[in-house]
Design a protein around this ligand. Structure first.
Ligand SMILES: Cc1ncc(COP(=O)(O)O)c(C=O)c1O
Length: 421
């Protein structure tokens, strides 16, 4: 029998980031020498206290509350209060199998169009499509590091009104590595208030903001309208453990019973041992702080290294301020690339993979026009476990030292440079 598939789903393709990973791994397994700058998985081990807690709690086999382990929700609320000054209460926190799932459930249950800055992460658009939701990418400017500005958001409403709309603001950002400035968040908050926008602040990279100054999220400026999501995939390197969460402000707590019902009819609860593993990090952050901060500093060094090399090569690229991505473009090489038959970011990334062995993602996967020659670069192709031991914490890192610390990243830049000649 020919199955008849929901067209909303059959039209989706596999998530771009996951499929480039599969493709690059296949080439690597075939013995090809590939620089894998396509997939953003943290290369470090999970901090020891989390691994120990996971092991010690492996006997826990019961279903637990769909909203999550009460101790974990309390620890998460306390952590975000202390670190970022947020005021979410434990009752309004939901633990989910990854923050991606929590973002999806909110996109599903909240009415109104979904707005995102472009470029933005690959999964928001397909999540809106599953729900047949109007999806509005808002163009941003490279001169602002692709950070969404209040006027750009406000302009979206100039000839349309919505009783409610949703904005996903990913900060620090994948694919650009940008981090919003406090004054930008405050200006955005004003527009959101005026235009009745519910913000989903995707802060999965919140603890990988570079430098010593703590990260600030929009919940500080727009607490009544911001749902913040985060998890353990990036700063704690535990993507495969599948644990994330959403924090809902009490002004929006009508969402809570609806979401409770939704969770109970879908994933039921997150694996109990994994919740104890996460508890170890949030309840006693001091036990993992050094590890998390060292990983952050290594991400920063890798980002700075690539940024400098991209500028040397003649690419345009905002300097990353957090996360582990950069978004360079090849617009300065447009004529040369056109004459080689390359007219789009898709053709550019295909040629770079096939001819130079460098895996990247095309800007078109991030809601930019395909003819714009922007690409998303992930800066994590190195041995994280080894680097945690070898990273010269106290010395000033020059490009030469970074070249030896990140040989694959250096190799990728050389290949791109040669390929452009
Ligand atoms: C911007 C962004 N948001 C959310 C996620 C999902 O993270 P999680 O593992 O918590 O589902 C990712 C993962 O790559 C991401 O890059």
């Amino acid at each position: 029998m020919q199955p008849i598939i929901n067209s909303q789903i059959s039209e989706l393709k596999e998530s771009a980031t996951l499929s480039i990973n599969q493709h690059a791994i296949k080439l690597l397994n075939e013995g090809k020498n590939i620089c894998h700058l396509g997939f953003g998985e943290s290369p470090f081990p999970v901090p020891d206290p989390m691994q120990t807690a996971l092991r010690e709690n492996s006997h826990r086999k019961q279903y637990i509350s769909g909203r999550g382990l009460p101790e974990l929700r309390k620890a998460v609320a306390d952590f975000f209060q202390t670190q970022f000054g947020y005021n979410y209460t434990a009752e309004n926190i939901f633990i989910s199998p990854g923050s991606k799932e929590m973002i999806f459930q909110h996109v599903y249950l909240l009415e109104g169009p979904l707005m995102v800055p472009s470029p933005s992460w690959v999964s928001y658009g397909p999540q809106a499509a599953i729900r047949s939701k109007t999806f509005i990418p808002i163009p941003t400017d490279i001169n602002n590091g692709y950070r969404l500005q209040a006027e750009e958001l406000d302009k979206t409403f100039s000839n349309q009104r919505f009783p409610q709309s949703i904005l996903i603001l990913n900060n620090p950002n994948n694919p650009t590595g940008s981090v919003h400035l406090p004054e930008e968040l405050s200006d955005l908050a004003e527009v959101c208030r005026k235009r009745r926008v519910i913000v989903i602040s995707d802060e999965i990279y919140g603890l990988t903001k570079f430098g010593k100054k703590p990260f600030e999220g929009i919940a500080k400026y727009y607490p009544e309208g911001t749902i913040t999501t985060s998890g353990i995939s990036k700063a704690f390197s535990a993507g495969g453990w599948r644990l994330g969460f959403a924090m809902i402000p009490h002004e929006l707590e009508e969402i809570v019973p609806a979401l409770s019902a939704f969770v109970s009819e879908t994933f039921s609860c997150v694996s109990a041992p994994v919740q104890y593993g996460a508890l170890a990090a949030f309840k006693n952050y001091e036990s993992v702080r050094n590890h998390v901060e060292l990983c952050r500093d290594i991400h920063e060094a890798a980002g700075e290294f690539l940024h400098q090399r991209f500028l040397d090569i003649g690419l345009n690229c905002p300097k990353p301020q957090g996360a582990f991505y950069l978004f360079p473009d090849f617009e300065n090489y447009k004529d040369k690339l056109n004459s080689r038959g390359i007219h789009s970011s898709t053709e550019l990334t295909e040629s770079l993979l096939n001819e130079a062995g460098v895996a990247l993602l095309p800007g078109s996967d991030f809601y930019l026009p395909d003819e714009f020659l922007g690409v998303r670069v992930a800066s994590v192709d190195y041995n994280g476990e080894q680097l945690l031991k070898d990273f010269p914490v106290s010395s000033k890192l020059n490009q030469e030292l970074k070249t030896s610390l990140f040989p694959k990243l250096a190799d990728a830049c050389e290949r791109i440079e040669m390929w452009l000649k």
